[in-house]
Write a protein that binds this ligand. Structure first.
Ligand code: BES
Ligand code: MN
Ligand code: ZN
Length: 498
């Protein structure tokens, strides 16, 4: 898919489809083509009850009056209600509608109001992301015939006012980098767990460094080194599996850095629950349990090109959670790298065990200014916030606020949740420092966050529980079924703002 910016009059762009937009406040305020054709569009709109509401659209044949074969007009809703989320959604939906013509080349006319409300850079970046991400399908295991049916749009032309081309060009480049990273994360999540083993993830991390002209370095810590470091919580989870655990360490070090930030991704390449085995229904999608790791790898893939002025360390404790004769048992006690002991009451609460050691490693070995973790940590977070919103916990208001802002600017939904002191009783064990699971069902996502907080210690830390938004069970305008690459754009935007 190739994107081009053109300062041309939209009526003169040769394409299979021209996509234009209009507001509910003034549904017929559209580009001036010629009087007759503009009247024809208005006629069609009236006949089909198009009022510029969001979700509404009409498709018009152009009969050669303008240079594109078809025209699609999509409603934007009210000007006052418009935001970046709506921009993503309408562009993505618009592109889906153009697909009915099986286009090789589409043109999109960017409304001038968007440029004023946001900036040309942000608008173009978001549009490129919306077009690329809404066109994504995981077709690797489909027949050639099926693949052909999903013919990719080859050319996308964005019509931009001449004076805005330079900043729009920056947005275009950023949009290409970030959307490729998101797609990389989606592919990693969508591959079956038989493919994306801990070894596969570590190889992916090594490959990232290889193609980075030295700006990224990867180290893989093997089981023996992890034993020496005292990462028994992580190793405890891994020991039921025949796949060897890998602790992946990525680092990005620019010449000048304002801060050092560690990002940690939960890397369970499959979560059966271990001896506290999941039901088959709950296990079905558990290849997704490395989505946090995929996000971290994708962030590094983009860092190579975006090069922000911040030092970034990526950590992934990658393993499988399997039941076997060697598996961790309920009642076992593990000692994490920071010395804290954990009574394991439920082997399905494994994510917090692996993260306990990753967080300890971050604090002890890296001494960062900030830590951010992304984890498909609890089903309870999906109960609380649904499938589209990630829970955000933090011991630092400024960090939480800045991540919230980065998410909003990336059209990803996060909602801050409390680290409620009074609930801490639930993670206290009678015979160890902590226990990994509570007896009741209530507040499960908060309790998991409180558990992690014990290992983040006093470092400014933010935790994103992405169990809901990491994986789409239903297709939406922006995401096909499967991995979504959630968090990649938010974290990149945050790192670039540091
Ligand atoms: N990986 C799961 C959480 C999850 C559930 C992610 C659904 C995505 C979709 C996690 O390891 C888990 O099993 N959590 C348990 C915790 C419980 C045993 C305290 C859960 O949420 O049920
Ligand atoms: Mn689990
Ligand atoms: Zn899990």
């Amino acid at each position: 898919m190739k994107f081009t910016l053109k300062p041309t009059d939209p009526g003169r762009i040769e394409a299979d489809v021209l996509l234009i937009f209009s507001w509910e406040d003034s549904p017929f305020e559209i580009p001036q083509f010629n009087v007759q054709f503009n009247n024809h569009i208005i006629e069609t709109a009236k006949r089909e009850n198009f009022e510029g509401k969001s979700g509404q659209s009409i498709t018009v044949s152009t009969q050669g009056v303008i240079s594109s074969y078809k025209l699609v007009l999509v409603g934007l809703g009210k000007k006052g209600d418009f935001n970046l989320f709506k921009l993503f959604k309408t562009v993505a939906e618009g592109v889906k509608i153009t697909r009915t013509v099986k286009p090789a080349k589409i043109a999109i006319h960017i409304p001038h109001d968007w440029m004023e409300k946001f900036t040309p850079e942000i608008v173009v970046q978001s549009m490129v992301e919306a077009v690329k991400l809404s066109s994504y399908q995981f077709l690797k295991y489909k027949s050639e015939e099926e693949k052909r049916k999903f013919r990719e749009i080859e050319d996308v032309i964005l019509s931009v006012k001449a004076g805005r081309i330079a900043s729009a060009q920056d947005g275009l480049e950023r949009g290409l980098i970030t959307s490729s990273a998101v797609i990389y994360a989606r592919d990693l999540v969508n591959e079956p767990a038989a493919v994306t083993t801990p070894t596969y993830l570590s190889q992916a991390a090594l490959d990232l460094a290889k193609h980075s002209q030295e700006c990224i370095k990867t180290k893989i810590l093997e089981k023996e080194e992890l034993e020496k470091l005292g990462m028994d919580a992580f190793l405890g989870v891994a020991k039921g599996s025949d796949e060897s655990p890998k602790f992946i360490h990525l680092s990005f070090k620019p010449k000048r850095a304002n801060k050092k930030i560690v990002i940690i991704g939960k890397g369970l390449t499959f979560d059966t629950g271990g001896l506290s085995l999941k039901s088959s229904e709950h296990m079905e999608t558990m290849k997704l349990d490395m989505a946090g790791a995929a996000t971290v790898l994708a962030v590094f893939a983009a860092l190579r090109q975006l090069k922000p002025e911040v030092e970034v360390v990526g950590l992934i404790a990658a393993c499988e959670n399997m039941p076997s004769g060697k598996a961790l048992k309920p009642g076992d006690i593990l000692r994490a790298m920071n010395g804290k002991t954990i009574e394991v009451l439920n082997t399905d609460a494994e994510g917090r065990l692996t993260l306990a050691d990753a967080l300890s490693f971050a604090n002890i070995k890296e001494k960062p200014d900030q830590i951010i973790d992304l984890a498909t940590l609890t089903g309870a977070c999906i109960v609380a916030l649904g499938e589209e919103i990630a829970g955000l916990w933090s011991n630092n208001d400024e960090l939480a606020e800045n991540i919230g802002k980065a998410a909003q600017g990336s059209a990803e939904k996060v909602w801050r949740m409390p680290l409620e002191e009074e609930y801490k009783e639930v993670i206290k064990s009678k015979i160890a420092d902590l226990k990994n699971s509570q007896s009741g069902r209530f507040g499960g996502a908060i309790n998991a966050a409180l558990f992690l907080a014990e290992f983040a210690a006093s470092t400014p830390w933010a935790h994103l529980d992405i169990a809901g938004p990491a994986y789409a069970e239903k297709e939406t305008a922006m995401t096909a079924y499967g991995g979504t690459g959630f968090g990649v754009r938010t974290i990149l935007s945050y790192l670039c703002s540091c």
